[in-house]
Design a protein around this ligand. Structure first.
Ligand SMILES: C=CC1=C(C)c2cc3[nH]c(cc4nc(cc5[nH]c(cc1n2)c(C)c5CCC(=O)O)C(CCC(=O)O)=C4C)c(C)c3C=C
Ligand SMILES: [Fe+2]
Length: 428
């Protein structure tokens, strides 16, 4: 087959050269070299780029809020729910301090700890992210209700600090929850444009926590990559529909304060600037869906599959009119469609930041074990996620094609200032 000769940005034909040959041509032997837009004259190592503040794919770790909540969703997720095994409050505090330091290093694209060539010691960093770009890595920490008290025991002197909103979610109709996918004392959400970078982050944090925490459950997640969709259109879920069209505007501080960030007076002061995260592991029966006619699929969501437009409209972001009727007087968007029910009167909004998962097959049925790790952030779950899910669980047309298998709620801590640590408002 004739090899395709690619054009560069100037439109000139360039000879296809492998990365290795390109480095040889440039006379650079080191790994981790990035070719700048200016061509070979702009060759800088990743660390040089960082020193010059030129890397574009670093999301700052320190700040008033934790990153990974209003951050534009990266391509990949590695999510871990942990159980705390130590009973010592001082261990827990030290762990959050160590995690903060490590997370700040990893999100800046650095390795953990000092590089050491001591062959008689295991290396501090596990190594698989060496030479990789920071990939917009964000690491978001949350604490579950069980950290505050478990089976009546106040392990860390935190019982009186539990916000009333931070509690196990009620059992919703049709829930088929499996304990193996529920709850957790602490969560770590790592998102990055590279799965190896996200996994490396959680792996190293879990390693630091050895002897103090264990993994309770963990899940990888993906979306289409930005490389595959340079226009960054709304990602599609595994049912082929655009998912994430209607979401509060993360660039609008008023909306974030109204719907996402916990504010003074909402509960205990330690959580001001944090947010409640709800996670649901929802299995999707993709084989059943694939046998469903398009009209029924569209009635299920209340949107057109192709454009993502509300039924009866042309474009994805056209205004939704749930009352609109066809000439026979029937609603164009069915009342039991996912959009009608999740929207309700439109006042309670959640910030959705979900990822698809695909974990091989279900050995009992031979079907794909795939679905959505539904993640949403909010200021008050009793007024936001819970009433929405109550409506969906009762009537949603989508329920024929999905089942909720896992569930957890975490309070995502406020951001840390340089010199402070994630959790200092809680433990301080
Ligand atoms: C309780 C909250 C929600 C759960 C659980 C949930 C599951 C779920 N959703 C989809 C696919 C779509 N959801 C869409 C819209 C939408 N979903 C929720 C909430 C939950 N979804 C809300 C609040 C909204 C926005 C409603 C609105 O105001 O219009 C859509 C439509 C496109 C969009 O706006 O994103 C799709 C598609 C799946 C597959 C799923 C469980 C597997
Ligand atoms: Fe939804």
């Amino acid at each position: 087959m004739k090899e395709h000769t690619p054009k560069d940005e100037t439109g000139l034909f360039t000879k296809k050269v492998s990365r290795r040959n390109m480095l040889k041509t440039a006379g650079v032997g080191g790994i981790g070299v990035v070719i700048g837009a200016s061509g070979f004259g702009g060759l800088l190592t990743l660390s040089e780029q960082r020193a010059k503040g030129q890397t574009k794919d670093i999301v700052p770790f320190y700040g008033a809020y934790q990153a990974g909540i209003t951050t534009e969703a990266q391509d990949n997720l590695y999510f871990a729910s942990l159980q705390v095994t130590t009973d010592k409050r001082s261990d827990l505090i030290q762990l959050f301090k160590d995690w903060t330091e490590a997370a700040a290093q990893m999100t800046a694209g650095k390795l953990i700890g000092e590089a050491s060539l001591n062959k008689n010691m295991p290396p501090k960093d596990t190594g698989e992210a060496k030479e990789l770009s920071p990939s917009n890595l964000t690491i978001t920490f949350g604490v579950g209700p069980s950290l505050f008290s478990k089976e009546g025991k106040d392990r860390f002197g935190l019982k009186s600090k539990r916000p009333p909103e931070l509690k196990d979610l009620p059992k919703f109709p049709l829930d088929a929850l499996d304990d193996e996918w529920c709850g957790g004392d602490i969560c770590i959400q790592a998102c990055a444009d590279d799965l190896q970078v996200a996994f490396h982050a959680v792996r190293n944090l879990v390693r630091i926590g050895r002897g103090k925490t264990i993994i309770h459950w963990a899940q990888t997640g993906f979306q289409r990559t930005k490389q595959a969709d340079s226009q960054k259109t709304t990602p599609r879920n595994l049912f082929g529909f655009k998912d994430g069209t209607v979401n509060p505007d993360t660039n609008d501080n008023n909306e974030m304060n109204e719907h996402v960030w916990v504010r003074a007076g909402d509960g205990p002061d330690w959580l001001v600037g944090g947010s409640y995260m709800v996670v649901r592991r929802i299995q999707m029966y993709i084989e059943v869906w694939d046998r469903t006619i398009l009209k029924e699929q569209e009635n299920t969501f209340g949107r057109h599959r192709d454009s993502g437009a509300p039924l009866g409209m042309k474009n994805e972001f056209d205004t939704v009119d749930l009352e609109a009727k066809d000439p026979s007087g029937n609603r164009i968007i069915p009342e039991d469609s996912h959009m009608s029910l999740s929207r309700g009167d439109g006042k309670a909004k959640i910030l959705r930041r979900s990822y698809s998962y695909a974990d091989g097959m279900d050995p009992k049925t031979g079907s794909f074990n795939a679905g959505l790790l539904f993640i949403c952030f909010q200021r008050n779950p009793s007024k936001q996620f819970i009433p929405i899910q109550e409506r969906l669980a009762k009537n949603d047309k989508l329920n024929e094609y999905i089942v909720h298998r896992g569930s957890a709620m975490f309070a995502c801590l406020p951001g840390a200032k340089k010199g402070g640590y994630i959790g200092d408002s809680l433990f301080g």
